[in-house]
Design a binder for this molecule. Structure first.
Ligand code: UD1
Length: 420
């Protein structure tokens, strides 16, 4: 297993490009199941979750090839296989995104239940209730969910809570349903808007994506399209937080600042100097870093996927802050590892109280999930000495060439491969 060696402290400075969003690319890939025609997806990030989804699609009969700037998916072969096996689903919960499109295209689908996950229980009851509302029958058996419907029927469905992949699954299924579907209390993450843009290019009729009420008028078939995936706001936020944490001067380009308004506002409150233009954001020191509370919430609130990295920032802020995690239970797994580096943090249920500023010292730490790993990398950048971070396969699920990008910004980071 590869690990990272990071020599701290360092002060980041420079400019980097941001990748396409993993969480937009995953549903875009799954959308290929809705058509028989080729789909060209550009700006797919080179991360492990994307490779896993391509493997799953290949298992389901979707061939894919590299094309200029991206990947061409050729789904003509989707007809017989309708199952997403446990071996693939267990490594990536987002595999559940094939459920809606497979059902809509083939009339049946069988997907392994994602089961428990490092950051909470994460059920899929809302995905299933929504598909039932469209006329599907649902059977849970032997760890698999099987959904069947001869032809989906448009309907009105209200999510009991906003779910990102749940909204995406229903949105995709409803595109091929008979009649009109109205989805209420939808998640409003920008990745849903991006998926709707792609589906519209394929011929779908969608109104309101990105808002909490989406209306979809079903069509008989969807066709080919070419689509560039939107910028990864979580990768963007991670590098901005790394810049702020190291009192550095970091510019990220190829981004959509409006999608990160809650983070940019918070960085400003903390005393950072933030400059955003049409497609660039720069963070630079603005004086003493101040402690500020954060409550995570569905978009447009503060993203739960940036909470761990923000906790790392708060260890270097002047004063105490309270971080409240409202989206997932059990999402403070980075805290024990940060404590081993000298951070002063108490956790009580969904609250973490961070007392800054702590002088962090290098340690041997272990990544536990994707974003928790990123927070350890950030902490290592300001810790005195050499930190080793193990199990970085978690990091590789969602960050492309992270050590290279950090090196560009002046960090002393090295990936040590298992074989060396
Ligand atoms: C997506 C993102 C993930 C992010 C999360 C919240 C992708 C591939 N992943 O995950 O990075 O952290 O949104 O922004 O886009 N829930 C239910 N029943 C359901 C579905 C969800 O109770 O049927 C709960 C979950 O347990 C969680 C909350 O709803 O507490 C939000 O989860 P959800 O938005 O579904 O997260 P994902 O779509 O899995």
């Amino acid at each position: 297993m590869d690990y990272l060696r990071i020599q701290g402290p360092s002060r980041l400075s420079g400019t980097i490009d941001i990748e396409g969003a993993k969480n937009a690319a995953l549903p875009a890939l799954a959308a290929s199941l809705l058509t028989e025609e080729p789909l060209d997806l550009l700006r797919l990030p080179n991360v492990r979750d994307i490779a896993t989804m391509r493997k799953l699609l290949s298992h389901l009969g979707v061939d894919s090839d590299e094309c200029e700037d991206g990947v061409r998916l050729m789904p003509a072969g989707v007809s017989q296989v309708d199952d997403a096996p446990y071996e693939l689903v267990k490594t990536m919960r987002a595999s559940v995104l094939v459920l809606g499109p497979l059902l809509a295209r083939l009339g049946h689908a069988r997907v392994s239940l994602p089961g428990g996950c490092a950051i909470g229980v994460r059920p899929i009851d809302q995905h299933l209730a929504g598909l039932e509302a469209l006329g599907a029958s649902v059977l849970l058996e032997h760890g698999y969910v099987t959904v069947t419907a001869r032809k989906l029927q448009g309907a009105r469905f209200r999510f009991s809570l906003p779910t990102v992949t749940g909204t995406e699954n229903l949105l995709m299924a409803a595109c091929l349903a008979r009649g009109t579907t109205v989805l209420e209390n939808c998640a409003r993450e920008p990745e849903i808007r991006d998926l709707a843009d792609l589906l519209s290019k394929m011929g779908a009729r969608i109104r309101g994506a990105g808002g909490n009420r989406i209306e979809i008028e079903g069509v008989d078939r969807l066709g080919s399209a070419r689509h560039t995936v939107l910028a990864d706001r979580i990768e963007t936020g991670t590098y901005l937080l790394a810049g702020a944490l190291t009192q550095g001067d970091v510019t990220v380009q190829g981004v959509e600042p409006a999608d990160l308004a809650s983070l940019l506002e918070k960085l400003g409150e903390c005393g950072c100097h933030v400059d955003a233009s049409e497609s660039e954001i720069r963070v630079a020191p603005g004086g003493v870093l101040r402690a500020r509370d954060v409550v995570t919430a569905p978009h447009p609130g503060f993203p739960t996927d940036l909470q761990a990295q923000y906790v790392a920032l708060m260890t270097q802020a002047d004063g105490s802050s309270t971080i409240c995690e409202t989206v997932f239970e059990n999402r403070f797994q980075h805290v024990p590892e940060l404590r081993r580096m000298g951070a002063d943090i108490e956790v009580d249920g969904s609250f973490a109280r961070v007392h800054g500023r702590s002088a962090l010292s290098a340690a041997r730490v272990m990544a536990t999930d994707l974003r928790a790993s990123a927070s350890l990398v950030l902490a290592a950048l300001v810790a005195q000495g050499e930190t080793t971070i193990e199990r970085i396969y978690h990091l590789d699920r969602g960050y492309a060439r992270m050590e290279k990008k950090l090196q560009t910004l002046g960090a002393r980071v090295e990936r040590v491969s298992a074989s060396s």
